[in-house]
Design a protein around this ligand. Structure first.
Ligand SMILES: *Cc1c(COP(=O)(O)O)cnc(C)c1O
Length: 354
């Protein structure tokens, strides 16, 4: 039986997506060729790329609004520098919500002046800073919608008239947002969309071309846009599996549907964390992520017992990140409610026995 996969990333994908992906690796479209041995310029793959891009715009409700969709390589980590390379002329504002934001800040500093408008470093990033002001004269504002490691999630975004860039790696397609408020969204596929190997970039084309520096082609969004995301060989397998996952999501009812499921899963687990005296949450309640729930045992001596019980129940991937400790249960789109119930049952069993 398949394990209950709470892994933070790469993460669980829908069973039917895995089945279709494995079929395509052996025989794609009944062409008697593998998906991963055909040309990315072939009609069959070009149509996969087109379909994937259209699904992104459709699901995010960004059709006909001036956005381009790219599937790039180098992970979300390359976007930390690519965003700054393409957009940072003199000054940019960053919200520091922990590890990922911190890494983005470090890269952007190579290209200009940075203003850290808010930071939750004082409490090991266990909350989302609020009430900060974004200077009007910055080239853009950068934030991270969900901190995968600490388990915090931005529930609202600041009103800002300028260019807004958001790293949505770990919660894109999980909840309804007005995505048109963002000018550039990026997300590594392996958190909520597909396998590692491709990074989704959704970009409003009119924000480009405003920096003075020369940009190498591979790091220039414009080169990728002008070649429809085929400037060089794309990660065909990762794009294909992402397309299948997006189609799966669309067939289910899109983001409005999955958001409700995600809210149910998160409520089930957080209610147990708050109710069960053996557990406690790590982050500020109002900033809790619906994707990554972080928690600890109130009595550390029960760790071994709990870990053994989890293994027996088929629970995988709930160890906390090394910088936080404790546990982290990631509940991405493809994780069934039933898996969360199994985790909650295991927590209750620990309580009964102790
Ligand atoms: C995982 C993650 C990244 C890094 O992604 P890579 O694809 O490994 O470079 C960046 N930002 C966030 C929010 C993440 O969760």
């Amino acid at each position: 039986m398949k394990k209950h996969n709470f892994s933070a990333g790469p993460c669980i994908l829908p069973e039917e997506v895995l089945q279709k992906a494995s079929d395509a690796v052996l025989n794609f479209n009944n062409d008697n060729l593998s998906l991963i041995e055909i040309s990315h310029r072939s009609a069959s793959f070009v149509s996969v790329m087109e379909k994937a891009k259209n699904l992104v715009l459709e699901l995010l409700d960004l059709e006909d609004k001036g956005y381009k969709v790219l599937f790039l390589q180098g992970g979300a980590s390359t976007q930390f520098l690519m965003t700054a390379y393409n957009l940072l002329n003199s000054k940019a504002a960053y919200l520091n919500t922990g590890t990922w934001a911190d890494k983005a800040i470090k890269e952007a500093k190579l290209f200009g002046e940075l203003v850290e408008v808010g930071s939750s470093k004082d409490k090991n990033y266990n909350y989302i800073p609020k009430g900060y002001e974004i200077p009007k004269d910055v080239d853009y504002f950068h934030c991270t919608s969900n901190n995968t490691i600490f388990g915090t999630q931005m529930k609202s975004f600041p009103e800002f008239d300028g260019v807004t860039v958001c790293d949505m790696s770990s919660d894109i397609f999980s909840r309804q947002l007005d995505f048109s408020k963002f000018d550039l969204i990026y997300a590594g596929a392996q958190k909520n969309m597909g396998p590692a190997g491709t990074t989704l970039v959704v970009i409003k084309e009119d924000i480009l071309g405003k920096v003075d520096r020369v940009i190498p082609s591979m790091l220039n969004y414009q080169s990728h846009i002008s070649k429809d995301s085929m400037f060089n060989t794309p990660s065909v397998f990762a794009v294909y599996v992402s397309m299948l996952t997006l189609q799966w999501l669309k067939d289910l009812g899109g983001i409005p549907f999955i958001e409700k499921v995600n809210e149910k899963k998160a409520a089930l687990l957080y209610n147990e964390i708050d109710r069960n005296p053996l557990f406690e949450g790590i982050v500020a309640k109002e900033d809790r992520s619906n994707m990554n729930a972080t928690f600890t045992l109130t009595n550390e001596s029960l760790k071994e017992t709990f870990d053994i019980m989890c293994t027996k129940a088929g629970i995988n991937g709930i160890n906390g990140h090394r910088s936080v400790g404790g546990y982290r249960a990631s509940m991405y789109n493809a994780l069934p409610l039933y898996s969360v119930q199994v985790l909650v049952d295991t927590m209750q069993e620990l309580e009964k026995n102790n």
